[in-house]
Design a binder for this molecule. Structure first.
Ligand code: ATP
Ligand code: MG
Length: 254
């Protein structure tokens, strides 16, 4: 039971924190994951803690790209498993994507915790757990270069929410189309991904599921046009301008 009253002005943000702390206590989330959430929160604050038009455009492009994919894979880390496990499993079913556990701070116990959380939330198959199927991405030092040869290694489109820049770059170098959720439009991940959804994953994931449903009956030509009309650099720039405008407005009031 949460002790946070719904009327608290920062209730939503505090509920998200509770999920992370609960995930930490369950062995899902790394200490570093708690800090990553803090960095995200700061940008969420600057963005106004809502999903704007700019993020919605990125969500639409991401949905189209996922529907066009031959072999989409969703990479799941501890934070994602703690924040929105149900929705991640729902998205994977909706777009027929594989799920792969991939942790920056590799740890077998945490990996098992992520797998069991996903299973509890309806996942059937989870890749990234059988060492026999592991292989390496080149151009990256961390343990996260280890990927599943039937999953990320073979994928054409990879969803990597809350990801580190090195790995995003390695995935791009390996020729993958990368979709990420990242509240910081300045991060290396945001700047390197093919489509960056600059929004809190806890808000944007439901919108992405809805959008993939909406677009599911469109033909490939229509979907390809949505993808082609999307410019990630432009979208990131609009997010940065949004932050600037929010700050300018606040500066005037102060
Ligand atoms: P990069 O390595 O890409 O330059 P970084 O080192 O600043 O980024 P990391 O800790 O590697 O940050 O990655 C975590 C990213 O996830 C951060 O950019 C943070 O803003 C973002 N993030 C954290 N929590 C959320 C959330 N709930 N929703 C969306 N993004 C989030
Ligand atoms: Mg990083």
């Amino acid at each position: 039971m949460s002790l946070i009253p719904k009327s608290h002005p920062r209730a939503k943000s505090l509920f998200i924190r509770e999920k992370l702390i609960h995930g930490f206590d369950q062995g899902l989330v790394a200490k570093e994951g708690l800090l990553a959430q803090g960095r995200g929160e700061a940008f969420d604050y600057l963005l106004g803690e809502k999903t704007g038009k700019t993020a919605k455009n990125a969500i639409r492009a991401a949905a189209a790209q996922l529907l066009l994919a031959e072999l989409p894979v969703i990479s799941v880390n501890g934070n994602v498993a703690a924040l929105c496990p149900k929705q991640i499993v729902r998205l994977s079913k909706q777009i027929k994507a594989k799920l792969e556990v991939n942790l920056f701070y590799a740890n077998e116990t945490r990996k098992k915790a992520v797998v069991s959380t996903l299973k509890k939330n309806g996942a059937k198959e989870i890749l990234g757990v059988n060492p026999k199927n592991s292989t390496k991405l080149s151009g990256i030092d961390s343990s996260r270069r280890i990927v599943d040869k039937n999953g990320i290694f073979a994928a054409d489109v990879v969803v990597v929410p809350l990801e580190d820049g090195d790995r995003t770059m390695a995935l791009r170098k390996a020729g993958k189309l990368v979709i990420t959720f990242d509240l910081n439009p300045l991060s290396r991940t945001s700047q390197t991904a093919t489509i960056t959804i600059v929004d809190n994953i806890t808000r944007a994931i439901d919108l992405l599921i809805t959008e993939t449903k909406k677009l599911s009956d469109k033909n490939r030509k229509v979907l390809q046009k949505i993808v082609d009309d999307f410019d990630n650099k432009q979208n990131l720039s609009e997010n940065i301008i949004q932050i600037k405008n929010n700050l300018t407005r606040r500066a005037k009031i102060a």
